[in-house]
Write a protein that binds this ligand. Structure first.
Ligand SMILES: [Zn+2]
Length: 267
């Protein structure tokens, strides 16, 4: 019965706001009624809150480097209607997250725990995967349907954006579904491979997480709250990495280590 109502509401919302069928997975299309400009506006609202509560690392060289790696991955991503932005949060936490609209944040603690560019690419590609699959947008759509918010019906867009960005800000700390996380891992492997990176970077990073879970669990609190068990992610990712022994896969250990020198001993 509930499903019927949800379908009814989504059909109505689609009719009123104009739905677009877009690619949200490697071979999947879905109906999306929150438009890209709306998604970006929601993301920009959430940024205000995130950057009020978190300190952004002031290191232009390292930030430019993270952006360079991120853009390389964005170039091979199927979602092209937004720009991807990458910032570093100055905190020892080992985590990363993506806001609606392509705004991606990685914590300094995560960078400090890595030892090559392939691992960084894996984490950024996972976050790009959330954006490409429109996980935040889909959760917002669901929230909107459940609440049967009338703002879209009333065409009060400002109010809609404000309401949705409140929900979106909470989503960052509540996390997505397990399925969405596994999908972001899968997309992450795809993007890293397409961009020429060694996809084993993702497995290596998961192994780091497992070590840290034992030694410094405090740094992983956010990540563990929002992501499935690392061992479950490892077994899924292992089964998806196939063509590995290819010459010339990017790992860039030396450059990566040089770039993160300013973080040495910081966290
Ligand atoms: Zn995730």
């Amino acid at each position: 019965m509930l499903k019927k109502y949800l379908l009814f509401f989504s059909v109505i919302l689609c009719q009123i706001s104009g739905c677009a069928t877009v690619q949200t997975g490697l071979d999947r299309q879905e109906s999306i009624f929150i438009t890209t400009p709306q998604e970006i506006a929601i993301g920009e609202e959430v940024i205000q809150q995130i950057e009020k509560e978190n300190k952004i690392l002031n290191n232009p060289v390292l930030t430019a480097y993270v952006n360079k790696v991120g853009q390389k991955l964005a170039d091979v991503c199927f979602r092209k209607d937004i720009e991807y932005h990458f910032k570093i949060i100055d905190s020892e936490m080992i985590n990363a997250f993506a806001l609606p609209g392509g705004f991606i944040y990685i914590y300094g603690g995560a960078l400090a725990a890595m030892d090559n560019e392939a691992q960084l690419a894996a984490v950024l590609a996972h976050e790009i995967g959330h954006v490409a699959a429109r996980h935040a947008v889909k959760q917002l759509q669901k929230a909107q349907i459940y609440g049967a918010l009338s703002s879209i019906l009333l065409k009060d867009e400002k109010k809609t954006i404000a309401e949705l960005s409140n929900i979106a800000a909470n989503l960052v700390f509540l996390g997505y579904s397990r399925e969405a996380e596994f999908e972001a891992d899968e997309l992450g492997i795809h993007f890293t491979t397409q961009a020429g990176y060694d996809p084993r970077g993702m497995l290596e990073f998961f192994e780091k997480l497992k070590q840290k879970e034992k030694r410094e669990p405090g740094k992983l609190e956010l990540l563990m709250r929002t992501h499935p068990y690392t061992s479950d992610r490892i077994s899924k990712v292992e089964s998806r990495i196939t063509v590995i022994e290819k010459q010339g896969l990017i790992r860039n250990e030396a450059e990566f280590k040089r770039m993160i020198t300013p973080l040495e001993g910081k966290y």
